[in-house]
Design a protein around this ligand. Structure first.
Ligand code: T4K
Length: 377
């Protein structure tokens, strides 16, 4: 007999991890003493050094959020014309292109892990294309080798939106080391959060300097403005909080791994339910737990299952439905047509991200899995 959660606390798709309050209070005391709140203060400096070391990257510039990191990454590389990107992502990916007055061109995804399909990317290139912006969806690495080859062959820049890929490694090295620029999000809903926050990872010191100028209105010194930059600086409270988070993030990821394993054991083999397998040679961060519901096999649609879970106070999420290409701003684009994006359309119709976060109780996983098992027909 399964436990009923309908009267209990809601279980959401995620819940942020916070560092111990007393540790943060100690940091706040220092900030109060410093009277230095933003604009590249001591915590900002320390956090950049510490996070670069943690992630195994050489140059990183931290931001107030991941969206402004994306907007600034395109500006930093002076991208114009058209950028090829995925419709299967959070809307901020394409919005960052729009904010730079660039035309987004959607290419379809591959059916295994829902990342941009390199062949579809190549087919979408026009004389106006200047860059590719893939996303490591759910933290599963894109085909970085093939995408690099295409970018090099056609002389394009490669900007990865790695909002989901904090700490992910492939064959022992960080996935964040692939691409001309790579952006991260440290939003409250991410594996690693600074409440709001983000970053750009780049390959050399000059580029880091340019990015640092751009996130501070374009200021290069007291009286020089190089171009219209934006205010995207991470403040001292975020940076101090981030420094503490770095001490705990390995334990957060380890707990997520345990949850992911438990889901796998309980959901494997249910007719009509597909799980994304872990990839050999990849150290995952277990940021999301997507399942695919094939209504023919399962006997119910994804939306029906989602509603059933809600009755028990379980709030899974349809990341990413609707596709970005279906929003009014973008649906008029020729690349947004249904026939151009069949795999993405199917994924958006079938996917449901189940709750996963370190504090998720093992009982809740049992409940979620038993609802799914019993609801299928
Ligand atoms: N690129 C990609 C690929 C992204 O996924 C994102 C963000 C970005 C770029 C942009 O990065 P940022 O500018 O955000 O740094 C959430 C997040 O707001 C968004 O950051 C994230 N992707 C996206 C995938 O998910 P919503 O609309 O689903 O968030 P919300 O408020 O419904 O939160 C989801 C659940 O999390 C809630 O039901 C409860 C729980 N929650 C949320 C917050 C904010 C908490 O327990 N505590 C909290 O403080 O977009």
């Amino acid at each position: 007999m399964r436990r009923d959660n309908s009267e209990n606390t809601p279980v959401y798709v995620t819940q942020p991890d916070l560092p111990p309050l007393e540790e943060f209070t100690a940091s706040l005391k220092q900030i109060w003493g410093n009277k230095w709140l933003t604009n590249g203060g001591p915590f900002h400096q320390k956090f950049e050094e510490a996070i670069a070391e943690y992630l195994g990257v050489k140059y990183i510039s931290v931001f107030s959020n991941g969206t402004l990191a994306l907007v600034s990454a395109l500006q930093a590389l002076r991208i114009t014309g058209e950028v090829i990107t995925t419709p299967f992502s959070f809307v901020a990916t394409t919005h960052s292109i729009w904010w730079n007055n660039i035309k987004p061109v959607f290419a379809d995804i591959e059916p295994g892990f829902f990342n941009l399909d390199p062949e579809k990317v190549e087919a979408a290139i026009t004389p106006q294309t200047t860059a590719i912006m893939p996303v490591h969806v759910y933290g599963n690495p894109c085909d970085v080798e093939k995408l690099r080859k295409i970018a090099d062959t056609y002389g394009l820049k490669l900007i990865y939106d790695a909002a989901h890929a904090f700490g992910v490694k492939k064959n022992g090295s960080s996935i964040l080391n692939f691409g001309d620029l790579v952006t991260l999000s440290f939003h409250a809903t991410k594996v690693f959060n600074t409440v709001e926050g983000g970053a750009i990872i780049c390959r050399d010191e000059k580029m880091k300097q340019r990015i640092d100028f751009l996130k501070n209105f374009g200021y290069a010194g007291e009286t020089t403005v190089i171009e219209p930059g934006i205010n995207a600086k991470m403040n001292e409270l975020q940076a101090a909080y981030g420094l503490l988070q770095l001490k705990y993030v390995d334990s957060y990821i380890a707990k997520r791994k345990t949850i992911s394993k438990k889901y796998r054991v309980q959901l494997e083999g249910i007719k009509g339910i597909r799980l994304l397998q872990d990839i050999e040679g990849v150290e995952h961060n277990y940021s999301y737990f997507p399942i695919l519901i094939d209504s023919q096999g399962f006997g119910r649609t994804r939306d029906e299952l989602n509603e059933e879970l809600k009755k028990h106070n379980i709030f899974a999420r349809k990341y990413f439905y609707p596709l970005i290409s279906q929003f009014p701003t973008y649906r008029g684009l020729s690349s947004a047509k249904h026939e151009n994006l069949p795999i993405a359309e199917k994924a958006a119709k079938e996917v449901l991200c189940l709750p996963i976060y370190p504090a998720l109780e093992l009982d809740s996983i049992d409940l979620i899995c038993s609802i799914i098992r019993e609801y299928g027909v």
